[in-house]
Design a protein around this ligand. Structure first.
Ligand code: DLL
Length: 445
C-alpha cells in the first residue's frame, strides 16, 4: 500500500521540478534566518537567487556533526523558539547531545513520512502496532507514534526494555506490526523461544527495524523465527529521525528515499566530491521542507550507494543500499552512538591509569556489548601489590574501587553500560607505526 501515492509515484521530471523549488526556498530560508549559513554560503560565493537547478547543489557548503556541536544548542535554528513544539536529541553522547527541533508543520510532515514507512512495510489501518522504540529524547518512539496515529493504527506505546512485559503485550494484544531495533527483535525471539513459545505463533505480519546497522543474515533469521516481513528503515535526528527512507515489502531491495523531503547525494568521504551514481560513499542529505532545522548537505557519516532504477512496487524514488559502515569511527551499540574519542575524553587525566585503552565490541546472544580495556599505571600496580588477577573477588579494595569508578565514569560519559577490563602495564595494543586500531569489532553482521 502507498500512503501518499501522488508523491511516492511522482514522475522523475515532476519530482525534479518540486525539488528545485523547495531547494531554492530552503536556501533562502537559512540564508535569511541562520547566521551560520549566511556566513558559510557567503564564503562559498552562493547567493540564494543563484540556485537555479539541482546541479547547483554541489556549490553549497556541507554541514557536519561538528557544526551542530559548535552551534550548540540552537545556533542552527531557523525559527523563533515560540514556533517550536518539539525537541529531540541524537542518541548517545550524554554530556552534550545534539538537540533538534520541530515546528508544528515539521511534526505533521514527519508523521506523514512515518505513515509512508509503515504502509511501505505492510501495515494497514486498524493493525495493532507494538512500538518498542524508545520514547523520550530519542526520535524513534515518538516519531513512529505520530505516524501510526495518523495512519489509524492502535498504538501500543511500550517503548524499549522490560522484555517480559513486551512479551505479555505481544501475546495478549496480538499486534500485527512491530517496530524496534533489529538486535532487539532477535532478543525477543530468543526469550520467547526460551519460554517454549514459537515467535511465529504471535501472529506478527511485519517489523520496521532500524536505528543500527544490520545484515541480510539477520533479516533471514528474524523473518524465519517470527514468520513476518522484516523491513529496513533508516533515518537520523539531524535530518528528521526515522522516516528518511524505508524498504518496500514488495521488493525489499533498497530503501526508498522520500525525495520530496530529502535530497540525497553520495560523496567521497575523503574529498567530499560527489561520486558517480551507484558508487558507494558517504550519504549526504539536504532537507527540502523542514522549517525549524533545515540542513544543507548534511554529512551523515553513513556509507551506502544509491540506485535510481525503477522498483517493482511502483514508487519512483531512488533507493539507498543498506548502510555498509561508517566514514568515521562512530560505533552504534544497542542503538547508542559512541565515538572512541568519547572514551578517551572520559579517561584522560584520571589517576592510576596509563594512557592506553582498547575497545572490544561483541554481540552476546543478540545484544551488542562494549568492553573497555584500560591499562593500569605502573605505580598503581606496584602499590596494589603486584600482578592483578582476573578474578575480581580477590582484588585488593583499591582495585575494586578503581574498577567501580571507571564503570560509573564511562556509563555517564557514554550513556551506555559497558564492561571494564583492567590490563597490566604494557598489555594494551600499541601503534606499530601506522594508525593505532582502537576498536576490535567482533560483531558478525
Ligand atoms: O536512529 C533514527 C531512527 C529511529 C532510525 C528508528 C530508524 C528507526 P539517531 O539516533 O540520530 O537516529 O541515529 C542515527 O543511526 O546515522 C546511522 O548510523 C544509524 N542508523 C539509523 N538507521 C539505520 C539503519 C535514529 N536502518 C544513526 N541501518 C545513523 C544502519 C542505521 N544504521
Amino acid at each position: 500500500m502507498l500512503w501518499n501515492k501522488d508523491m511516492e509515484t511522482l514522475s522523475r521530471a515532476d519530482l525534479r521540478g518540486l525539488q528545485v523549488k523547495r531547494l531554492q526556498e530552503t536556501v533562502a530560508r537559512v540564508y535569511e534566518h541562520v547566521p551560520f549559513y549566511r556566513e558559510t554560503l557567503a564564503r562559498a560565493g552562493v547567493s540564494p537567487v543563484s540556485i537555479r537547478d539541482l546541479e547547483d547543489l554541489r556549490r553549497l557548503p556541507f554541514t557536519r556533526k561538528s557544526d551542530f556541536r559548535d552551534q550548540y544548542p540552537w545556533g542552527l535554528l531557523a525559527v523563533p523558539m515560540q514556533e517550536v513544539i518539539r525537541i529531540h536529541a541524537s542518541s548517545g553522547t550524554t554530556g552534550r547531545p545534539i538537540f533538534v527541533a520541530y515546528t508544528r508543520n515539521d511534526v505533521a510532515g514527519w508523521a506523514e513520512l512515518c505513515a509512508r514507512c509503515l504502509a511501505s512495510a505492510g501495515a494497514r489501518p486498524g493493525d495493532v502496532f507494538h512500538n518498542a522504540y524508545g520514547y523520550g529524547l530519542f526520535t524513534g518512539g515518538l516519531g513512529f507514534h505520530y505516524g501510526a496515529e495518523l495512519m489509524g493504527l492502535p498504538v501500543v506505546p511500550v517503548s524499549g526494555g522490560n522484555t517480559e512485559r513486551q512479551i505479555l503485550l505481544l501475546q495478549d494484544l496480538r499486534p500485527r506490526v512491530i517496530a524496534c531495533t533489529p538486535s532487539y527483535a532477535l532478543t525477543l525471539a530468543e526469550v520467547i523461544a526460551a519460554k517454549g513459545i514459537s515467535p511465529a505463533s504471535l501472529g506478527l505480519r511485519c517489523a520496521l527495524l532500524g536505528a543500527e546497522p544490520w545484515s541480510e543474515g539477520m533479516r533471514q533469521e528474524i523473518e524465519q523465527k517470527f514468520g513476518m516481513d522484516a523491513i529496513n528503515i533508516y533515518g537520523l535526528s539531524e535530518v528528521v529521525g526515522p522516516g528518511v527512507s524505508c524498504e518496500c515489502v514488495e521488493a525489499k531491495a533498497g530503501l526508498h528515499v522520500y525525495e520530496d523531503h530529502f535530497l540525497p547525494e553520495v560523496v567521497d568521504p575523503a574529498t567530499g566530491e560527489p561520486l558517480p551514481v551507484g558508487e558507494e560513499g558517504e550519504l549526504v542529505f539536504t532537507t527540502l521542507t523542514k522549517e525549524a532545522l533545515p540542513v544543507l548537505r548534511y554529512r551523515t557519516g553513513d556509507l551506502a550507494s544509491l540506485d535510481p532504477t525503477p522498483c517493482a512496487c511502483g514508487r519512483t524514488s531512488v533507493r539507498m543500499s543498506r548502510i555498509k559502515g561508517r566514514a568515521d569511527d562512530m560505533l552504534v551499540i544497542r542503538g547508542v552512538n559512541v565515538f572512541p574519542s568519547q572514551v578517551e575524553a572520559a579517561l584522560v587525566g584520571l589517576p592510576d591509569l596509563a594512557p592506553h585503552y582498547h575497545l572490544v565490541v561483541t554481540r552476546e546472544g543478540t545484544l551488542d556489548a562494549l568492553e573497555v580495556q584500560i591499562e593500569l599505571s605502573e605505580g598503581f600496580v606496584k602499590h596494589a601489590g603486584g600482578a592483578i588477577g582476573h578474578d575480581p573477588a580477590v582484588w585488593p579494595e583499591d582495585v575494586k574501587a578503581l574498577h567501580a569508578r571507571l564503570l560509573r565514569t564511562l556509563k555517564s560519559a557514554l550513556g551506555l553500560t559497558v564492561t571494564v577490563t583492567l590490563l597490566a602495564p604494557g598489555q594494551a595494543p600499541r601503534s606499530e607505526g601506522g594508525k593505532l586500531k582502537r576498536v576490535t569489532d567482533r560483531r558478525r553482521l
